[in-house]
Design a protein. Structure first.
Length: 318
C-alpha cells in the first residue's frame, strides 16, 4: 500500500513538472505579470480578480484603452487573464459578447496599426560593423560583438536564440556554417531547426569568417558561444543575456550616428527578412531561415520590401 502511495506522489510531482513545462518560461512570466496588473485594477476598484466575470474584465480592457497601450498588449492581457483562470480551476468566458464587442469597439476607436521597431538593413549593418572595427577596444571584444551582430542578422535569429548558442551547435563545412537550433519560440517541443550560413564574397562582413576568428581568439571549445567579460577583457564562463544583445546593438547604432530609439534586438531578425525580400528571396526560403511557422509576419516584411518595386507611380512619367 505504501508503495502505491509513493508511486502516486511521484506521479503527482511529475505531472506538476509537466504542467509547469507546458509553456515557455518567458510566456509564464508574461501571464503572471499581466494578471498582476489586472489584480491591482480589481483591488483598487473593489472587484474580485479570481474568479472574475466578463463584465469586470471588460471594464479592465476599457481602462487599458484609456492608457497609451497597444492593441496587441490589450489582447495579450485578455489571454493571460483567461489562462490564469484555467490554471487555477476557474471558468471565464473570454469570448463573452461584453468582452468581444468591447474589444472590437476599442479597436475601431484606437486603430490597430502596430508600429514595430525599424529593421537593420544592409547599409546599416555594414555601417555598424565598420564602427565596431574602428573602436579602440581589444580585438576580443570587437570580435565578439561583430560576430553577434553578423550572426544575428545573417541567420534571422531572435536575440534569445543568439545567446542560447553553444559551441557544440556549430558545424563548419566547406560551404560555410551549419547551426543547430535546439529550441526557439516557435519550437517549444525541441524538435530543432538547422540553419546554414554560406561564406560571403566580402570577408569583412562574413558571419562565418567573423565567428571563426571569435572562436580562435576566445579559445572557446565547449559550452556557451557568446559570454560576458568580467574585469577588463577577461572572458567569463557566464552566458550573455538577450537584453545584453539589444544593448550592444543600440550602443553601436549610436556610435554610427543612428538614433537607436526606434531599434531593438529584433531589428537584426526583421532586417534579414526585409533585406532578403528586397533581394527577391522567396517566402518559403525566408521562413526556412527565420523559423517562422506562419506566413503572416513574413508577408508583412515582403510587403514592406516591395513598396517601391510595383508602385503604380513608376508608370507615371513626369
Amino acid at each position: 500500500m505504501n508503495d502505491i502511495i509513493t508511486d502516486i506522489k511521484a506521479l503527482q510531482e511529475e505531472t506538476l513538472l509537466n504542467l509547469q513545462s507546458s509553456k515557455a518560461t518567458n510566456t509564464v512570466r508574461a501571464y503572471k505579470s499581466d494578471f498582476k496588473d489586472f489584480s491591482l485594477f480589481c483591488a483598487q476598484n473593489g472587484f474580485k480578480a479570481l474568479p472574475s466575470e466578463p463584465k469586470i474584465v471588460s471594464l479592465y480592457l476599457t481602462y487599458l484603452s484609456t492608457k497609451d497601450i497597444k492593441m496587441s498588449t490589450l489582447k495579450r492581457r485578455l489571454v493571460s487573464i483567461g489562462v490564469i483562470h484555467k490554471l487555477k480551476g476557474h471558468y471565464l468566458d473570454t469570448k463573452h459578447p461584453s468582452i468581444i464587442e468591447n474589444v472590437m469597439g476599442i479597436k475601431r476607436r484606437k486603430g490597430s496599426i502596430q508600429k514595430g521597431k525599424k529593421p537593420i538593413l544592409i547599409n546599416d549593418l555594414k555601417l555598424i560593423i565598420d564602427v565596431i572595427d574602428q573602436q579602440q577596444n581589444e580585438d576580443i571584444k570587437k570580435l565578439r560583438d561583430r560576430s553577434i551582430i553578423l550572426i544575428g542578422f545573417s541567420g534571422g535569429f531572435r536575440r534569445n536564440e543568439i545567446v542560447a548558442l553553444d559551441y557544440e551547435d556549430l558545424n563548419f563545412v566547406s560551404e560555410g556554417l551549419k547551426i543547430d537550433i535546439k529550441r526557439s519560440k516557435t519550437d517549444q517541443f525541441g524538435e530543432g531547426l538547422k540553419k546554414a550560413l554560406p561564406y560571403f564574397d566580402n570577408s569583412q562582413y562574413c558571419p562565418v569568417v567573423s565567428l571563426q576568428k571569435w572562436i580562435r581568439i576566445s579559445n572557446i571549445n565547449s559550452g556557451s558561444l557568446f559570454r560576458r567579460f568580467s574585469k577588463g577583457s577577461k572572458l567569463s564562463e557566464n552566458r550573455l543575456t538577450d537584453q545584453t544583445v539589444a544593448l550592444i546593438i543600440k550602443s553601436y547604432l549610436q556610435l554610427a550616428g543612428i538614433n537607436s530609439k526606434n531599434y531593438s534586438g529584433h531589428s537584426l531578425r526583421s532586417g534579414f527578412a526585409t533585406s532578403a525580400a528586397e533581394s527577391g528571396a522567396e517566402e518559403r526560403s525566408i521562413m526556412a531561415m527565420t523559423g517562422h511557422k506562419s506566413t503572416e509576419m513574413v508577408r508583412r516584411y515582403i510587403k514592406e520590401a516591395n513598396l517601391f518595386k510595383n508602385n503604380a507611380l513608376n508608370k507615371i512619367k513626369i
